[in-house]
Ligand binder design. Structure first.
Ligand code: SAM
Length: 336
């Protein structure tokens, strides 16, 4: 990949920052894991509290420069790893008192403005959409997978109602020539039966391809499972989501760990284990009117959090089975 051309004056605005800090309470000290370092907005804020240590991850190696700047200032209290958060369990954390794990999902403002990443529909050139540490790009998905496979990706990862037409037109077009980013935008615009003047026609397809290329469903599911395991007693798991698919997964997982299973009154009563997690708030926290005014991209952000009540590595969840249909679609990537 070529070097990033992003101007330094791009303003980075960490979403729901005050709210994140108020739920993870770094003033009590401990080790915190920032699973989505980005420009280090959350990490820097946590490090302002003296007895904290932060371990940050990001799959995008280009964020390492920012991490190096923070390392200069907080040498012993800050560590950065270019890694995917689904691999959280590979970190050596045995002696860490992990009191908070945060996720700010998706891509950053800097990444979407990077023409080489091709995350935006204004991008020119080959399709890409890789955030880092990927096996394949959107170029291979669009130019190699079969009609029905592309249709499933667009339908289930983008909730695209015209998935069938778009997939069919992708196949037709690529018989003539390889599809690049602007070709795809035109194919989508031609295929959409109803125009929505508020949202760009390519939004859903681009979201779907980005989720597929970055395996965002399995990343999130295994990131959540591993986080719940490694948190210590009274530790908080806080997740900011930006689309309904992510939010559905987080909401299910948090309920799954914090609520007893409902049993029909006609079935024999079974003794259920005490729950190790507590979800203090059922409704998500959303940005304030002030933040919405200052930071437009925060409009779809939702913060949910979960508190661990006891030290245990064992967790009981059926989240993998629950979302097996989506994980199966992601597995189509093995063909590429
Ligand atoms: C919305 S930004 C985070 C911004 C950050 N909270 C801040 O204040 O600067 C999301 C970041 O997470 C990273 N990311 C996305 N998926 C990831 C994954 N599965 N593993 C590790 N990092 C990931 C992206 O590369 C991006 O830099």
């Amino acid at each position: 990949m070529e070097a990033t051309i992003v101007s330094d004056d791009l303003k980075h605005y960490p979403v729901l920052l005050k709210e994140i800090i108020s739920v993870i309470t770094p003033q009590h000290g401990g080790t915190f894991i920032d699973c989505t370092f980005g420009q280090g907005g959350y990490t820097k804020e946590i490090l302002k509290y003296k007895n904290t240590k932060v371990i940050s991850l990001d799959r995008d190696i280009e964020n390492k420069n920012k991490a190096n700047q923070i390392k200069e200032k907080f040498s012993e209290r800050f560590y950065f790893k270019n890694s995917k958060f689904s691999e959280l369990n590979n970190l050596k954390l045995k002696n860490e008192n992990i009191k908070g794990i945060v996720f700010d999902l998706g891509f950053s403002f800097v990444q979407i403005k990077d023409p080489n990443k091709g995350l935006s529909f204004d991008s020119i050139g080959e399709l890409n959409m890789r955030m880092g540490l990927n096996k394949f790009s959107a170029d291979e998905v669009v130019n190699k997978l079969e009609n029905k496979e592309i249709e499933r990706i667009l339908k289930y990862f983008g909730d695209e109602t015209d998935a069938k037409l778009i997939a069919r037109n992708i196949i037709k077009f690529r018989e003539l020539k390889k599809i690049k980013t602007q070709d795809l935008v035109k194919i989508i615009e031609k295929s959409k039966r109803k125009k929505n003047f508020k949202v760009h026609s390519a939004t859903k397809t681009f979201q779907a391809l980005r989720i597929f290329v970055n395996k965002e469903i399995s990343e999130l599911i295994y990131g959540l499972i591993n986080s719940a395991k490694i948190l210590k007693k009274d530790g908080v798991l806080a997740v900011v989501t930006f689309n309904s698919l992510e939010d559905r997964i987080v909401k299910y997982f948090f309920k799954n760990l914090s609520e007893k299973k409902s049993v029909s009154r006609y079935e024999p009563e079974i003794k259920q284990k005490e729950l190790s997690f507590l979800m203090p708030q059922k409704k998500p926290i959303i940005p304030s009117t002030k933040e919405l005014k200052e930071n437009q991209p925060s409009r779809s952000a939702k913060l949910r959090y979960l508190i661990k009540k006891e030290d245990t590595y064992e967790i009981e969840t059926d989240i993998v089975e629950k979302f097996s249909d989506l994980l199966e679609i992601e597995d189509l990537g093995y063909k590429l």
